[in-house]
Design a protein around this ligand. Structure first.
Ligand SMILES: CC(C)(O)[C@@H](O)C(=O)O
Ligand SMILES: [Mg+2]
Length: 565
């Protein structure tokens, strides 16, 4: 047992003394120590109910002969952190979560882990820890929030963000907005659509690291408590069989993850988190892979924000992730031989899955689109890639040309959008928001949702080295790499320059004579590019350290592990 290092032999009598101080019996001390990593807090609606999930997990662990030992980790609500200095800390929390789990598990000699995440960065942070530690591990998430109802329509958090644009453009009143705000988020759980949290919770199930239902069973259903008990039971079996995360998350299962991502129309943030999880597991992940898989994987689900009226609860009723995977497996689009935390191969665990509603999970012969939900664009504005959720556009495969309006940072861009200074045909550039320069690669739902609310989301392009929400839609292109602060081409673009986006060819180009580009490159001062990072971070704050170690978006913004990375 791994935990023998803290409990076996005469030399460990002091350690056993401390376990007895915790109230553990001899039997409990002799059983495997199962760390239950609970990201409960009273600030995040997605996490407010996790104590109950954790109690159910611990009951399952005990029932199967394990000793549960709960500890906590932080969690940020992206909705509350949105649009201000708080958002610099959101992606950065992912690495801190992974690191803090590593510390607790290794310091106390744990044998196996159950992870209880819910919202955006907690899911990948915990998966990264699982890959790093490679102790038997399983995930059970908090589950999705239900949509709300307002004036006869289903609504959610994104409706409120877009509602701000409706008020600013005079389509609706502030009183209307107050009514909407009171109804949009009716329960605990991760926000109701295929936003980042639910995207990652669904992909955790696809990767095989959670039991079936983890991605879609609503937070308030008792079925989720049953899932939590089953998860607690199962982790002890995983420990007995010595099945570890790196046996489950392999190159093949990551590819399955990308295929499901394309079929489901997940958040653009998955293209940061999947590479980061792969990086922790020493699995190669090249952004070209996303386009290759996207070319052959039809999008068969369209949930909010791509389509109003389809939520995670509807996907759950339509058969959930198992039914989506069965559809893909029957067409040879995923590998069914990969292992899962259920024990057997993926094909076995989904063999009885059926699609119960073909409006929510379409067939491969009548998909929403022949290609996947995300696209990685390359070109002279983004030599190392940029990401767009094409699956949330009304039409795909078109060419957009426009003139740049350049803003150094989100705040200036938001001001211009709110003041009505952005018009159809503009290409809004928001730069110095990358992983290092931001720092923290802010998620910018404010600008994209305000444009959507104003009806400008498909006639204005928004380009950034920062990121978007899973709820962002429109011609929003993020993760432009290399970022401005590192002298990426986005740093040299000026007001009035021509930008060409070709969604069919998956390219993003900056149309300017090479001599002029070269002249501007010569003037670049890298120290100035990083100035803002240290201004935001302060002298001793976490973000200063974060900015030094974080890699580019095309590497998942994961921390450098060695000097060579
Ligand atoms: C607030 C949201 C909707 O959770 C967003 O942060 C996302 O990334 O989807
Ligand atoms: Mg987010």
């Amino acid at each position: 047992m791994n935990s023998d290092s803290v409990k076996k032999g005469a030399a460990r009598a002091p350690h056993r003394s401390l376990f007895r101080a915790l109230g553990l019996t001899d039997r409990e001390i002799n059983q495997p120590f199962i760390g239950v990593v609970n990201s409960f807090n009273e600030l995040v609606p997605g996490h407010m109910h996790l104590r109950q999930i954790s109690e159910a997990v611990k009951a399952g662990v005990r029932e199967n002969g394990g000793t549960p030992l709960e500890f906590s980790t932080i969690a940020v609500c992206d909705g509350i952190a949105m649009g201000h200095v708080g958002m610099h800390f959101s992606l950065a929390s992912r690495e801190l979560i992974a690191d803090s789990v590593e510390i607790m598990a290794r310091a106390h000699g744990l044998d196996a882990l159950v992870f209880i995440p819910s919202c955006d960065k907690v899911v990948p942070g915990m998966l990264m820890a699982a890959m790093r530690l490679n102790l038997p591990a399983i995930v059970v998430s908090g589950g999705p929030m239900l949509p709300g109802r307002f004036r006869g329509e289903e609504v959610n958090l994104i409706s409120v963000f877009e509602g701000v644009g409706k008020v600013l453009s005079g389509q609706e009143s502030e009183e209307w907005l107050k009514g909407l705000e009171s109804k949009a988020c009716p329960t605990c759980g991760s926000c109701a659509g295929m936003f980042t949290a639910n995207s990652m919770n669904c992909l955790t199930e696809v990767l095989g690291m959670a039991l079936p239902g983890n991605g879609t069973i609503p937070a308030v259903y008792s079925e989720r408590l049953i899932l939590a008990k089953e998860t607690g039971y199962q982790v002890v079996d995983l420990w007995r069989q010595n099945i570890r995360p790196r046996d489950i998350v392999t190159k093949e299962s990551i590819l399955n993850g990308v295929a499901a991502d394309m079929a489901l129309g997940c958040s653009t943030n998955t293209i940061l988190h999947l590479p980061a999880v792969a990086f922790e597991g020493e699995i190669e992940f090249d952004l070209n892979l996303v386009n290759r898989v996207s070319e052959e994987t039809p999008q068969i689900c369209k949930l909010s924000p791509a389509l109003h009226g389809h939520y995670l609860v509807d996907l759950n009723e339509a058969g959930g992730i198992s039914a989506v995977l069965k559809t893909l497996l029957d067409a040879g689009l995923i590998d069914g031989s990969v292992k899962t935390v259920s024990g057997g191969p993926l094909a076995e665990r989904i063999q009885d899955a059926v699609v119960r509603d073909t409006k929510v999970i379409r067939s491969l012969t009548e998909p929403y689109s022949a290609k996947g939900g995300l696209s990685v664009l390359f070109g002279d504005l983004a030599p190392e890639g940029a990401v767009i959720k094409v699956g949330a556009l009304a039409q795909r495969d078109f060419v957009f040309e426009g003139r740049a309006k350049v803003f150094d940072g989100e705040d200036l861009a938001s001001e211009a959008i709110s003041a009505g200074r952005i018009v159809a045909g503009d290409v809004v550039i928001i730069r110095y928001e990358g992983p290092k320069g931001g720092p923290g690669m802010r998620e910018m739902l404010g600008p994209t949702a305000t444009l959507a609310g104003m009806g400008l989301d498909e006639t204005v392009a928004l380009l950034t080295d920062g990121r978007f929400s899973g709820g962002s839609r429109g011609l929003s292109i993020g993760h432009i790499a290399p970022e401005a602060a590192l002298g990426g081409e986005i740093a040299f673009i000026e007001d009035g320059d021509l930008v060409r986006i070709d969604l069919k060819k998956r390219t993003i180009d900056w149309i300017l004579p090479e001599e002029e580009k070269e002249k501007r490159r010569q003037q670049f001062d890298q120290a100035k590019g990083l100035e803002k990072a240290f201004e935001v971070a302060g002298r001793t704050g976490y973000l200063g350290r974060y900015a030094q170690f974080v890699q580019s978006a095309n590497k998942g913004a994961a921390f450098r592990a060695t000097k060579e990375d």
